[in-house]
Design a protein around this ligand. Structure first.
Ligand SMILES: *Cc1c(COP(=O)(O)O)cnc(C)c1O
Length: 422
């Protein structure tokens, strides 16, 4: 695509954008004068869809009106509310509805998945992660190793960027597998790295793991709603994600979990269980032994938080209307425009850490500001830009295709220019 560095070009792109009207369906934070901020932080917390309030209100009314009978009589009966979300969520992650369950939060789901899928033996006990994995994932995995009496120094293998580089190379992943295949029990990778914005080739990773009989799981925190990971076809064993980033379900809202079809009917896989994972037909008999639901729901412990589900449903309805392929198409153009404008700055103190190739990234670009410190970011914030700063010198900018515009991206660059030259 040919870009032009003018505001008129950005506005023209917005007029031609078939998804442009979705922007009006979101609340944008405003500055003291009431002007909307330039919000480029959907990688951290997605904006609130305007209709979410009505979805939540409906649940409150149903609760007021029906009390406990809302489980069956609410507009979206609470007993099956989470099941209704499995289908639209399956579209987002590329799976079958039976492979998805919306429950808990990301880190909790990671622990539950490791209970089932990390089965160390005396010889095959190691876990491979990317070196710059998100801290919560590192803590969870470290504590699982310790739980099995394995010293994380012994048990953890890190896939690192080469010296002087910021991105992980797939050929280095494959070399690590060659070297450690007999000791590796689990590979667990963040599908899109939260820091660099690098999106890994999940199919390539999964294939290599399957060849060596290594279990493979993905953390889709920065992937879900950003890039469709095609989990079923690539044969991932499990995946976990949150819904409050690109999926706009609300702060601290409920997480998602994928278990591949090949595992969902198993009655021998170990798991931590609760009543909501019990087969629906006899769940309320309350006396029988545990009979797992033969879908990903078999991993559910508790009855789910209905207000969080309402926020999730509101956002997924918008995703369904927009169509994921359309979103991705726009996203590639929008982030490409951001990249073009950063290059146009021709400022040697600025570099983009994220891969240049659109197939190796989602919407986020991580910009390294050499010789800058947090004060630059604070100036940007004062100018109404909402982005995020990661020590020591990286700004993450994530234009979300559902609500961000080409004009947002253009305006961000104008503000960045002011901050660099003031
Ligand atoms: C945001 C994020 C989390 C957050 O975990 P919660 O359990 O939802 O608080 C975990 N892992 C990654 C990679 C993330 O980006």
């Amino acid at each position: 695509m040919q870009y032009i560095n003018t505001k008129a070009f950005a506005e023209q792109q917005d007029r031609n954008d078939p998804l442009n009207s979705f922007r009006d369906q979101f609340h944008f934070p405003v500055d003291q004068k009431g002007n909307p901020k330039i919000y480029l932080c959907g990688n951290s917390l997605g904006l609130q869809p305007k209709q979410t309030s009505a979805y939540v209100q409906q649940e409150l009314e149903d609760w007021a009106k029906f009390g406990v009978e809302g489980h069956t009589d609410a507009q979206s009966p609470w007993l099956t509310s989470h099941e209704d979300l499995a289908k639209p969520m399956a579209e987002i992650i590329g799976s079958q509805p039976e492979e998805v369950v919306i429950m808990n939060t990301l880190t909790v789901n990671l622990h539950l998945m490791m209970v089932s899928f990390y089965k160390p033996t005396n010889t095959k006990f190691k876990i491979l992660i990317e070196s710059d994995a998100f801290p919560s994932d590192k803590y969870a995995i470290g504590s699982q190793l310790k739980f099995h009496n394995i010293d994380p120094k012994e048990g953890l293998i890190l896939w690192k960027p080469r010296k002087g580089e910021h991105l992980c190379r797939h050929e280095d992943f494959e070399s690590l597998i060659d070297l450690h295949k007999d000791e590796l029990s689990l590979v667990m990778i963040g599908s899109t790295n939260y820091y660099s914005g690098q999106a890994f080739d999940l199919e390539r990773i999964a294939k290599r793991c399957q060849e060596e009989n290594i279990t493979v799981g993905f953390d889709l925190a920065h992937g879900a709603g950003n890039i469709q990971p095609n989990l079923h076809d690539i044969g991932a064993d499990f995946a976990v994600w949150c819904t409050y980033k690109y999926l706009n379900s609300g702060p601290g809202s409920i997480g998602g979990c994928f278990v591949h079809e090949k595992h969902i009917k198993s009655t021998t896989i170990d798991r931590f269980v609760g009543w909501w994972g019990h087969n629906k037909d006899s769940r309320f008999n309350m006396r029988v032994g545990f009979d797992p639901t033969p879908t990903a729901d078999g991993w559910q412990l508790s009855n789910p938080p209905i207000l969080s589900l309402a926020g999730t449903r509101s956002s997924l309805d918008l995703f369904e209307k927009a169509g994921f392929d359309n979103l991705r198409e726009k996203s590639i153009k929008l982030t490409g425009f951001l990249e073009f404008l950063i290059d146009e700055l021709k400022d040697s103190s600025i570099s983009i850490l994220t891969p240049r190739n659109a197939s190796e990234r989602g919407c986020q670009l991580s910009i390294q500001m050499k010789n800058a410190d947090r004060s630059l970011f604070e100036k940007l914030t004062a100018k109404g830009v909402v982005a995020d700063w990661r020590e020591p010198d990286v700004i993450r900018i994530a234009p979300a295709p559902l609500y961000n515009s080409f004009t947002d991206v253009y305006e961000f660059i104008q503000q960045l220019k002011h901050c660099l030259h003031d």
